[in-house]
Design a protein around this ligand. Structure first.
Ligand code: F6R
Length: 246
C-alpha cells in the first residue's frame, strides 16, 4: 500500500485528482469507480478545473458509483445520482450513457442489485475505485459486520451512519433507512483502489483499517488484502498512525 500525506484538504484533493487523471490519460476508455460524500468533492472540483483547461477528456470514460439510497432518484437533491451530476458529471464531457449508479427508484432490491453487479461485469470491471471511509470504517454502505464476500446488495443503514448523514437532510427522519451498495467483494475486484480521508474524525478509522487486524468489524481493513491500494490522507486523518510506519 502507498500512503500519501497531504498538507490539507486542497492538497489531498489535488493528489487524488492527479491519480484519477493519470488513469484517464493512460487509458482514455477506463472505468472509474466513484464515491459521494464530503471527501471527494474537492477531487471532483480539481478534475473539472483540469477538464476546463483542456488537460482531461472524459468522452470515452465509463463510471460506476458505489451506492445509492433506496427510494431516492434524480428528483431528490439528496440522492447520490443528483450529487454526482451536480458535483461532477454536469461539468465534464462524459457521455450520459456511460454513467452508472444503482437505481434507487427500483423497489425490487434483488433485481436491482443483480442488474448493477452485471453492469460492473459488462463494462469490464473497475480500473480504479475511489473510496471515502466512514468514521466506523465503512466503505460504500458496507457497515461493520458486513460479509467480505458480498456483491452489490441492499443494506439497512446503521444508526451511526444515519446520524452522520443527517447533515445532508432536513431532519433525521428524512434520512433513508436502506441503500443499494456495491459489496466488499465488488470493491475488492477493482484493479486499483484510491481511498481518501480528511480530518481528525477519520483518524481512528484510518488507524484501525490499515494498522489493525483485518476484520469485518472494520470493513475497510479488508483493503489490506488488496494488491494495489493508495491512501491519500491529511495529517489529521493520519494522526493516530505511528509516524515511523508512514
Ligand atoms: C459514499 C460512500 C460512503 C462515504 C463515507 C465517507 O458514496 O459510499 O462510504 O465514502 O461515508 O463520507 P464522507 O466523505 O462524507 O465523510
Amino acid at each position: 500500500m502507498r500512503i500519501y500525506r497531504a498538507k490539507d484538504y486542497k492538497d489531498l484533493s489535488r493528489k487524488a485528482a492527479n491519480i484519477l487523471s493519470a488513469q484517464v490519460i493512460i487509458k482514455p476508455n477506463c472505468v472509474l469507480g466513484l464515491a459521494t460524500g464530503s471527501s471527494p468533492i474537492g477531487t471532483y472540483q480539481q478534475l473539472i478545473e483540469w477538464y476546463n483547461k483542456g488537460d482531461l477528456d472524459f468522452s470515452e470514460v465509463t463510471t460506476v458509483n458505489l451506492d445509492e439510497y433506496r427510494g431516492l432518484g434524480m428528483e431528490s437533491d439528496q440522492s447520490y445520482v443528483y450529487f454526482m451530476h451536480h458535483n461532477f458529471f454536469d461539468h465534464i464531457n462524459i457521455r450520459p450513457e456511460n454513467i452508472n449508479l444503482p437505481n434507487g427508484k427500483n423497489p425490487d432490491a434483488e433485481a436491482e442489485c443483480a442488474r448493477y453487479e452485471k453492469v460492473i461485469q459488462d463494462v469490464g470491471g473497475i480500473d480504479i475505485q475511489l473510496l471515502g471511509i466512514g468514521r466506523n470504517g465503512h466503505i460504500g454502505f458496507n457497515e461493520p459486520g458486513a460479509a467480505f464476500e458480498k456483491n452489490t446488495h441492499c443494506v439497512n443503514l446503521t444508526e451511526s451512519t444515519i446520524e452522520a448523514n443527517k447533515r445532508f437532510f432536513k431532519s433525521i427522519d428524512d434520512v433513508p433507512r436502506q441503500a443499494y451498495t456495491m459489496g466488499i467483494s465488488s470493491i475488492m475486484h477493482a484493479r486499483k483502489i484510491l481511498i481518501i480521508a480528511s480530518g481528525t474524525d477519520k483518524a481512528q478509522a484510518i488507524h484501525d483499517a490499515f494498522f489493525g487486524p483485518v476484520t469485518p468489524q472494520v470493513p475497510a481493513s479488508v483493503l489490506q488484502l488488496h494488491p494495489d491500494v493508495t491512501l491519500v490522507a491529511d495529517s489529521n486523518a493520519l494522526s493516530l498512525v505511528p509516524q515511523d510506519l508512514i
